[in-house]
Design a protein around this ligand. Structure first.
Ligand code: SF4
Length: 292
């Protein structure tokens, strides 16, 4: 339990202070692409300086800790109760050490007890798999960007979106338009087509665990992902909504089955402070390797 707790502490520290390499590469490419001397270039430069400074000082990239969400893939027999206890302890310890800002409040009273613990905080999703290894991915999902997430029920007359991939495209691009100037862009979209209202949103966040430069196994969806990024980056919204070429760094789309009566498109918007890291644990709870 102690070693597992220490491993989770290190996972939290690194997630909070270090942007994963694939995201950093995309940020640097966006900085390079912005026109010199523009506000968009300045915004990307500040973002880059922030990323460098947080890593060097081992301090949170952003004051908004965001929702602390663990995704665990574990073998049969893995003790989920012990894992959740260790995760909660690690969150409290990481908060004490300043790796996580005290940022979780009681939803009714608004009281902050300073621990980042409470109902749903942290959230732990466990899934069993046949592999003997356990892997743990952690996402810190900022509040500002969570506020601009959106769910569309198709057909939607307002945006003229039917129940097909073109309708999904219209819904996703409408969400990008609605988010402009909010959500701390450039953004990365996690999208789910189908499911119900709860599973759609949940799957949209799972899509954010993918690497920015990966390819969707479905040719059709891969094409749509690339088209969304390309089209959004021609809208002129730019970093933080200041104008420019970088509105989105990525778009990842997954699909769940639906019932014939429903057709949801659920969109989770991730901000530039795209904090996700992951580890593979050995049998004793130590870290055997990093996933991003
Ligand atoms: S939305 Fe992201 S960048 Fe903006 S304040 Fe929250 S964590 Fe920070």
């Amino acid at each position: 339990m102690k070693l597992l707790q220490e491993s989770l502490m290190e996972l939290i520290r690194r997630t909070s202070a270090e942007i994963p390499d694939d995201v950093h590469r995309a940020t640097l490419a966006a900085l390079e692409a912005e026109k010199k001397g523009t506000i968009a270039e300045s915004a990307m430069k500040i973002i880059e300086q922030n990323i460098q400074l947080a890593k060097k000082k081992s301090q949170p990239i952003c004051q908004d800790t965001g929702s602390v969400i663990f995704y665990v893939d574990c073998p049969v027999g893995f003790d989920q109760i012990t894992f959740e206890e260790a995760a909660r302890k690690a969150v409290v310890e990481a908060t004490k050490k300043g790796f996580l800002r005290q940022n979780s409040v009681d939803s009714i009273t608004g009281k902050n007890d300073g621990t980042n613990l409470g109902p749903g905080a942290p959230t732990v999703h466990c899934h069993q798999h046949r592999s003997p290894e356990a892997s743990v991915r952690l996402m810190l999902k900022g509040g500002g960007c969570e506020n601009v997430g959106a769910q569309y029920s198709l057909p939607n007359e307002k945006i003229k979106a039917n129940r097909d991939l073109d309708g999904c495209r219209k819904a996703i691009l409408d969400a990008v338009l609605q988010a402009q100037g909010k959500g701390c862009g450039p953004g990365i979209l996690g999208v789910c087509i189908g499911g119900d209202r709860a599973t759609g949103y949940e799957q949209s966040k799972v899509q954010l665990l993918r690497k920015i430069d990966d390819a969707n196994p479905s040719t059709e969806l891969d094409k749509l992902e690339k088209d969304i990024v390309e089209t959004a980056n021609k809208l002129g919204i730019g970093p933080m909504g200041f104008g420019g070429k970088t509105t989105l760094l990525g778009c990842k789309i997954g699909v769940l089955n639906r019932v014939p009566a429903s057709y949801f498109v659920s969109i989770s918007y991730m901000c530039w402070a795209y904090r996700r890291q992951g580890v593979v644990l050995n049998g004793e709870g130590g870290i055997s390797n990093w996933l991003y």
